[in-house]
Design a protein around this ligand. Structure first.
Ligand code: SF4
Length: 448
């Protein structure tokens, strides 16, 4: 029986793409392996959003080349494949295939012609969704893309180049995926898109409509979406947080910078007043909502005063679970050729200052959760098998002692790969009382 190895870098969109590939290869009778040495086909699903990420992929490819079987097929898919194109073959001549994020459904072509070399980095839009076989099994959390690409053209971002112009999938196709995921065992749906709240189908149906229809499915208990662009937050979607209990009270809405000048140079044309007004409306709709953001520090031309404004907004909004990065120039982007690139040591200093603020926000929020009881989604056992790891509605990690009857080793469960299997409640949701907190995680106990 042939085996395949797949490693995923980057965002949830890549996680979804990998799930589809796993499903496709299993459908062809192949078995997944964790061992590069044993695999007959090796796939790296790659991310090029930061320079470091691209370099990491090529280092990994070099290591795999030395460890793999001579006969194994070996290639990259995703954004680095799209960015590098034929140059990837020059850097790693042993590669068999290079397939962009909208071309990976062509993978069977190389399986059927293993002596060929396959390069396809076309932006074929939504074609892959039509050609991939349906998924028959689903993880508890199903990530479902509702669009591809992005029209916002932020000056630092490579996504419009790697994933193309924004295209929304047909409403019925998305809902078919939701129903398939529910039938396959999913209880949480996470809609994905680079500009997820910009979703519009041909009849102008929106993300809010998708959430409403999904909430009608009994077995789906939690709904969320990522990532939202501030100016696409419609009042309809904001109000849904107040009326639809299955929509989790947690929203990723990246601001990137607190400086109007930097936002202009980033080509993110919203004012701070508008952004803060959206946050105010969200909190009016649902008082317990929490917001997360992504930040870029050291964007070209960012002054100390600009950076201070970013720190101010991070404190003001009180973001939790946020990500901050040093700006890194990407090919095919306007910011890469801007003047006034910021020296690395200043970027590093600013990142540390912002990270401290975000960590403090996390700590304060985590501590405010102590004493509350929350419905948490079980992810699996910890390494010892004596605890359960679960996620709160705010995606915080919570560690809960397993009940004695749950400490069953070697139990068969399709949910958990760990050797120390736990017998979970069939719903995979646990009511957990939070008993303590630190800056990274919570501890809790199963509530009566
Ligand atoms: S909105 Fe997001 S995905 Fe689109 S160009 Fe800007 S950063 Fe990139």
């Amino acid at each position: 029986m042939k085996t395949f190895y797949i490693k995923t870098f980057g965002c949830q969109m890549n996680v979804y793409d990998s799930q589809r590939i796993v499903s496709m290869l299993r459908g062809r009778g192949m078995v997944q392996t964790e061992s590069v040495e044993d695999a007959d086909i090796i796939i790296l699903n790659t991310c090029s959003v930061r320079e470091k990420a691209t370099n990491k992929v090529f280092s990994e490819l070099g290591r795999i080349r030395d460890r793999k079987k001579t006969s194994a097929l070996f290639g990259i898919i995703g954004c680095v494949a799209r960015e590098s194109g034929a140059d990837a073959f020059r850097r790693i001549p042993e590669l068999n295939f290079v397939l962009g994020p909208q071309s990976y459904h062509k993978l069977p072509m190389i399986l059927d012609n293993p002596d060929a070399r396959l390069l396809n980095i076309d932006l074929s839009g939504l074609e892959k969704f039509d050609e991939l076989p349906p998924m028959t099994d689903s993880p508890a959390v199903a990530y479902i893309p509702i669009q591809e690409g992005c029209n916002h053209c932020c000056t630092y971002c490579i996504v419009p180049y790697t994933r193309g112009r924004e295209l929304s999938r047909a409403f019925e196709d998305v809902m078919r995926d939701v129903r398939d995921a529910a039938a396959g065992g999913a209880i949480e749906i996470c809609f994905l898109g680079q500009n997820v709240n910009g979703y519009r189908d041909k009849d102008s149906r929106t993300l809010a409509d998708l959430c409403r229809d999904t909430a009608k499915i009994d077995s789906i208990k939690r709904i969320r979406f990522t990532s939202s662009y501030p100016t696409e937050m419609s009042d309809d979607l904001i109000e849904l947080f107040g009326t639809e209990p299955k929509l989790l009270p947690f929203l990723n809405m990246p601001i990137q910078s607190g400086s109007p000048d930097v936002l202009t140079r980033m080509n993110r044309p919203y004012s701070l007043e508008l952004y803060i007004d959206i946050v105010r409306k969200l909190r009016a709709a649902r008082s317990d909502i929490q917001i997360s953001s992504d930040f870029i520090v050291g964007f070209p031309g960012e002054t100390d005063a600009d950076f201070e404004m970013t720190c101010d907004i991070a404190r003001l909004v009180g973001y939790i679970n946020s990500y901050s990065f040093k700006y890194s120039p990407r090919p095919h982007t306007a910011a890469a050729i801007m003047r006034d690139q910021i020296p690395e040591n200043i970027k590093k200093e600013r990142l540390k200052i912002l990270d401290d603020i975000l960590t403090e926000n996390n700590r304060a929020f985590n501590e405010s959760c102590v004493g509350q009881t929350m419905s948490c989604l079980i992810e699996g056992p910890d390494k010892t098998g004596r605890h359960i790891i679960a996620r709160t509605p705010y995606m915080q990690k919570v560690i809960v002692p397993a009940m004695p009857e749950q400490r069953v080793e070697e139990q068969k469960s399709k949910r958990v790969k760990n050797k120390h299997q736990l017998s979970y409640s069939p719903t995979l949701l646990l009511s957990v009382k939070i008993t303590s907190a630190n800056k990274c995680s919570l501890r809790g106990e199963i509530a009566a």
